[in-house]
Write a protein that binds this ligand. Structure first.
Ligand code: F6P
Length: 522
């Protein structure tokens, strides 16, 4: 059984949306709240601790019903069922896509339970001090060595759940930039540091090079002391980790049915467990599971990830918006955007459909953004008065964690004010000064969450995972492979050889050859 493969532009709904877009595209929609006093109450979804207000969008009820029809026309429900049932929907890699199985507390696979139990025992031994380093001292620092999905998720979550952290300090080494590795090692004591090498393939150039460098540093500092007390691995390629020198009992498994960018729920989350405790990690999984059930069981018109995905398609494919922004009004969510950039753009940056044919419509959205209110003092100018349409998700929390009322009220007043200013602009006022004119009509989604708890963070991440899946289904692409990252890796082998051997004449592209020559002779 494979995913339905339907060209969305050939569906009835798409054609109707194209016609409908002609009616909407030039409309100044600010008046809709006055004309329709129920709009804000209708175009919203309240679910658990979440409240999505999507009424400040350039849509009418008809837009939503046509977008929902599009979801039906491309057989979205069937696709969701296939994913959750573990069908091999990642066809080009012949794999199932089951990151949801890592948090399925009603029907948990025994192997998932076993791994979670190992993560609990290990992380509690680290944070509780029972696990000692070679000199008998407890561990104080944990370094996650990994890149992409083996880095961005844990790094983002550790930052997001900082409030819930224990005394263990965490560090992330991802970049092959040796200067950064040196900077990280500079403040570490090998006696009290645990290194977690995270690589599903255990062949990633950056990770293996950095891990080897760090292992040498460890040997040099300690006189080849017991590496097993200080190095563990998270890998699907167990033999690769063993070959590196990690003992079998120090390897935490990854499964081929978990994609790298969806793997923070797996043993890739070991650094999260060490930093915030296993119980909080488990709460995060439970929050994600709640969102999975919401996504799987709720009618599409009240389904948060589905509605967000459809709105994004509306802007991407009909308004031809070039990008979308995510602005979280919480410093804790500082690393949400880089995380989403991999999740969304590695998944949906595709231009061939599920039949292998070249696509003639726009796919993958560009995601960017930063935290509020900082962003207001940086790029919001362009959002308010620039020429580009940038649909934006505003994410924020009703309660602060420390109960600092004054700051939090200012923060959230800004959140709401920005959505209103972007929507309303100054359209109702006469234009006295064109430089101070705000066109308004700028769409936003407000994703308001009660509080930044591990559960709600889990739900939020899962919400975005499901959103990108829905978009991939509608665009008729395979969201779960990432062949586009391979070519650069191959070319880098040649450029590295050229740098090592200074045989620049072997490089055909003269720009590349010149650059390599400069690098080695500057
Ligand atoms: O190069 C892209 C990628 O394969 C990502 O999909 C993945 O998250 C990352 O590299 C790291 O891969 P690994 O966990 O195998 O080291």
């Amino acid at each position: 059984m494979s995913l339905p493969s339907i060209n969305p532009t050939k569906t009835e709904a798409w054609k109707a949306l194209e016609n409908h877009f002609q009616d909407i595209k030039a409309q100044k929609m600010q008046g809709v709240f006055l004309e329709d006093s129920d709009r804000a109450n209708r175009l919203c979804i309240a679910w658990q601790d979440f409240y999505l207000d999507y009424s400040k969008n350039r849509i009418t009820d008809k837009t939503i019903s046509l977008l929902l029809k599009l979801a039906d026309d491309v057989k979205l429900k069937e696709a969701i069922t296939q994913q959750f049932a573990g069908k091999k929907i990642n066809k080009t890699e012949d794999r199932a896509v089951l990151h949801t199985a890592l948090r399925d507390f009603e029907n948990m696979k025994p192997e998932v339970k076993t791994t979670l139990q190992r993560m609990k025992v290990f992380s509690e031994a680290i944070s509780g001090g029972a696990h000692k380093g070679y000199s008998g001292k407890a561990i104080t620092d944990v370094v996650n060595i990994g890149i992409g999905g083996s880095h961005l998720g844990p790094d983002m979550v550790v930052e997001a759940l900082q409030y819930y952290r224990n005394h263990i300090k965490t560090h992330f080494v991802a970049n092959i930039d040796g200067d950064h590795v040196h900077e990280t090692l500079k403040c570490l004591n090998p006696e009290t540091t645990l290194f977690i090498i995270v690589s599903k393939s255990f062949t990633t150039q950056e990770t293996i090079t950095n891990a080897s460098f760090i292992r040498n540093w460890f040997f040099k500092k300690t006189g080849e002391k017991d590496i097993q007390k200080h190095f563990v691995a998270v890998a699907a390629n167990e033999s690769g980790a063993i070959e590196f020198g990690i003992s079998k009992e120090n390897i935490f498994p990854m499964k081929d049915w978990v994609g790298g960018r969806f793997s923070l729920w797996s043993s890739v989350g070991l650094s999260i467990c060490c930093a915030v405790g296993f119980d909080n990690f488990e709460k995060m999984l439970k929050g994600a599971f709640e969102m999975d059930k919401h996504f799987n069981n709720t009618d599409f018109d009240k389904n948060i990830p589905v509605i967000l995905a459809l709105l994004s398609i509306w802007y991407n494919n009909f308004f031809k918006a070039e990008s979308e922004a995510v602005v979280a009004y919480s410093q804790y969510l500082d690393k949400l955007v880089p995380y989403l950039q991999q999740a969304v753009m590695e998944s949906n940056g595709k231009s061939v459909d599920r039949n292998g044919a070249k696509i003639t419509y726009e796919t993958g959205t560009i995601v960017w953004g930063n935290v509020g209110s900082n962003s207001q003092h940086a790029y919001f100018q362009l959002m308010h008065q620039g020429t580009k349409l940038i649909p934006t998700d505003f994410v924020g929390f009703s309660e602060s964690l420390y109960g600092t009322i004054e700051n939090h009220q200012i923060l959230m007043a800004n959140f709401v004010a920005q959505t209103e200013a972007l929507w309303e602009g100054t359209h109702s006022k006469p234009i006295e000064n064109s430089f101070k004119y705000f066109e308004g009509n700028k769409p936003t989604n407000s994703i308001l969450i009660k509080k930044l708890t591990p559960e709600n963070l889990g739900s939020l991440i899962a919400m975005y995972e499901h959103k990108l899946f829905v978009q991939g289904i509608i665009w008729n692409i395979f969201s779960y492979d990432q062949w586009g990252v391979e070519l650069g890796k191959t070319v880098a082998k040649g450029t590295l050889t050229a740098l090592e051997t200074t045989a620049f004449d072997t490089i055909k592209n003269t720009s590349t050859a010149n650059l390599l020559t400069k690098i080695s002779t500057f």
